[in-house]
Design a binder for this molecule. Sequence first.
Ligand code: FAD
Length: 458
Amino acid sequence: MSLNPDLKNELRIHIVGAGMGGMGCALALAKQGFTNLHVWESAREIGEVGAGINITPNLSRILDRWGVLDIARSEAVALDGASVLNCARDEVLTSVNFEYIEKEFGYPFYVVHRSALQKSLVTGATNSGVVELHLGQQVTDWDFENSKFRVKGRASGRPTEGVESQANGDTTESEGHWVEADLILAADGVKSKARTAMLARKGEADHVEDTGQAAYRIIVKRSMINEDPELLPFFTGSHSYRWIGERRHIIAYPIASHDLFNMSSAHPDRRFVEADTWTASGSKQEMLDMFSDFCPRVQKLLKLVPEGDVLEWKLRVHAPLSHWVDGNTALVGDACHPTLPHLAQGAAQAVEDAAVLGVVLGKIRSKDDIHRALLVYQALRKPRADWAVLTAANNGKGLHLSSGAAQEARDSAFRTAEREGGENPDKAIDQTTQRILYAHDCAKEADEKFDELLKTAL
Ligand SMILES: Cc1cc2nc3c(=O)[nH]c(=O)nc-3n(C[C@H](O)[C@H](O)[C@H](O)COP(=O)(O)OP(=O)(O)OC[C@H]3O[C@@H](n4cnc5c(N)ncnc54)[C@H](O)[C@@H]3O)c2cc1C
């Protein structure tokens, strides 16, 4: 059963947000043969924003099928393993060899600069020739009932050529214009306004939870270390390090073909960090104070970061949503399952959403099927994404224990895991958790279960 070919050209598909979820959707739908695809993005350009991001095998599998894995892989580092260390003593609590990952799941555990992953998705989507990117365009209002949204050009405010506006809609800079669609995919990130509007229609409040944690994102360039023999292995090796302590940790690994050492932390949000963007400046001195009891190697690295290059932002999560779909609009990625970074699945889960949307929408036969296909997407994706969010949150709690019996039991479990291969307290490197995440082929599952799920999608 597949879509009437004429409909593939006819369907007006509008995607909001050109992040991983949004560009993933554009690429997935282009690969399915849809030709009327628009992506609306508030940023004026798609820049090299961000730091390290993980490409785990479940994500590689999708990128490979789309033919864009090599773009991200050209700058990637394939990790050979990961260690968890006591932050003060610099003592290894557990180490895991990642050799089995490629053998078992077909792809290694890659780490890249976020821009490399974004480049692969954007290049794939734009090279398809059917995706139109509208940059500098902020979506301000949602009308799910009539499948449309209002967008304001941050630069000109004028409607973009080739996109229908509502006949009586406004097109002035101050009011923006309405865009009508047959299908809307809202991939507008952790601070999603689409989510707020969708929940409000059912009288539900949009409770983004402040986790009380903030994060620093720090990048050390190899050129900064002056070939210091103590730090060099961080760059020349292919290993991930997680130094853990009470209510804090730092995870670090090389990226960008070993030129950069990416370090990101989780720590108490002492000063109620206002900024919840990925680009907000933090104070270097506050960062050094926060980790002053960490081992000398870590402190040496932190001191190398130039003043002004320390970025800090709030870590936020959201309780599982009651629904992701309203009419012919669906939420995608962080908009519907914002997650803590402690399981390394933010981008992977957003792109899994996109891959599943590609499969289910590729199977519909008429416009009337869109809503039910979106419900199938929700049924396939929500349990898994909600589980990943919960697992990431719990993982943070386990890693941040204060000294005492629970911490001693955890550290002993770390050692047993390495020696005897039992359950690893760090779920990001625990084999059972990795199997659930990495073995999953979301597109295959969507293909196999679509007909059955469609029958009950009402
Ligand atoms: C600038 C930036 C840097 C990041 N850096 C890292 C990093 O270093 N490491 C890491 O692990 N994760 C990073 N992330 C988060 C990570 O990319 C996402 O958690 C994950 O990939 C999920 O993707 P997403 O598409 O759901 O959301 P995002 O990648 O957050 O994308 C959402 C997009 O929607 C756009 N948008 C939001 N509201 C509107 C609106 N009203 N109208 C139009 N467009 C809108 C945003 O500008 C953004 O481009 C970053 C995200 C961003 C936006």
